[in-house]
Ligand binder design. Structure first.
Ligand code: PBG
Length: 323
């Protein structure tokens, strides 16, 4: 049975029909909004490569977090930018570090918002790598100790969920064991399970001053060419005790999101990263794309591919548009 019996345009004739048969929808509760926190007071610096995104001091971060909550957005994820960096990233697992203080302040003053923390030492290391460096190599098991300490101090500060983004082997199991032992058996882990060595992180590294000072991240982040390996990474994180798995970046990796959705029963998150955001912003600023439509179409595509949750710098704009 085909044309003229089948006419798919019948149900496209009217907006109400289109709405009736629409398969995918977005809601503010789908979003997690990434925020950058810096030392100081009353500090609000726009990030040059990410127009509309800011580095905020804790006092202004709390105000921002209340606005985010009022828009119906589920959660924020915090990235710390410390004043002090060293070779182990120790300001990242200081109980009084920038993220730990930010978490405490937001949890004390804002209700109805989940606070997620990014667990990775790259923002805190002077060499900018996500692991301990020795003789130019990134050490895996030595890095796990730093990640355990970081996750524990985030939990102690009141974080609702921790999100390891370093791509060391075994970090989900290590963090799970540490949290259980420290009295946080109920605290969920959202694992950046399939994180690719992508050029689309460039604006973020500019925002967080976290570019590697030598080499690149290809010895720990994934090769963009690899699909099967992504499924292995995801399966391992599930086995190690992840509660949510994440694919990152989002739009160039929709096949991975769709495959993850088809194969695992955990919630799947996708990170629409800085470069994905800045590309749309730049094209819109040049008058080449309609910003709102490009934003909504990309978010909808990520959801349609199978993401339950989307980490996106567009969270506030999209939530406003969704009303
Ligand atoms: C590592 C981390 C990065 C991002 C999130 N966590 C940067 C990297 O791997 O270089 C990138 C996020 C983005 O580009 O928006 N802590």
């Amino acid at each position: 049975m085909s044309f003229p019996i089948q006419r798919l345009r019948r149900l496209r004739q009217h907006e109400v029909f289109r709405r009736m048969v629409r398969e995918t929808s977005l809601a503010p509760s789908d979003f997690i909004y990434p925020l950058f926190v810096v030392e100081g007071r009353d500090r609000r610096e726009e990030i040059a490569s990410m127009p509309g995104q800011f580095r905020l001091s804790v006092d202004l971060l709390v105000k921002e977090a209340s606005e985010v909550a009022a828009l119906g957005i589920s959660a924020i994820i915090l990235f710390g930018i410390p004043d002090r960096k060293d070779d182990r990233g120790s300001s990242g697992f200081d109980a009084n570090g920038i993220v730990q203080r930010a978490v405490k302040a937001v949890k004390d003053q804002v209700s109805g918002l989940m606070v997620v923390t990014d667990v990775c030492i790259d923002e805190y290391t002077d060499h900018g790598h996500c692991g301990i460096v020795k003789d130019g190599r990134i050490l895996n098991d030595e890095t796990l100790d730093c990640l355990r300490a970081m996750a524990r101090t985030h939990a102690q500060a009141g974080a609702d969920m921790v999100a390891p983004s370093d791509m060391m082997d075994g970090r989900v199991a290590a963090i799970r064991a540490e949290l259980d032992q420290a009295g946080f058996p109920e605290l969920p882990i959202m694992a950046y399970a399939a994180k690719f060595a992508s050029c689309f992180y460039a604006p973020f590294r500019d925002a967080a001053f976290s570019s590697p000072q030598f080499g690149d991240r290809q010895s720990y982040q994934m090769d963009p060419a690899n699909f099967r390996e992504a499924l292995r990474e995801i399966a391992l994180d599930v086995e190690e005790g992840a509660d949510i798995i994440m694919v990152k970046p989002a739009l160039p990796y929709l096949d991975i999101i769709a495959a993850a959705r088809g194969r695992i029963l955990l919630p799947v998150a996708a990170y629409q990263v800085s470069g994905e955001y800045s590309m749309i912003k730049a094209a819109a600023a040049a008058g080449w794309l309609d910003e709102s439509r490009a934003m909504m179409e990309s978010l909808l595509s990520i959801k349609r591919a199978g993401a339950d949750l989307i980490l996106t710098y567009f969270a506030k704009d999209a939530a406003r548009l969704l009303g």
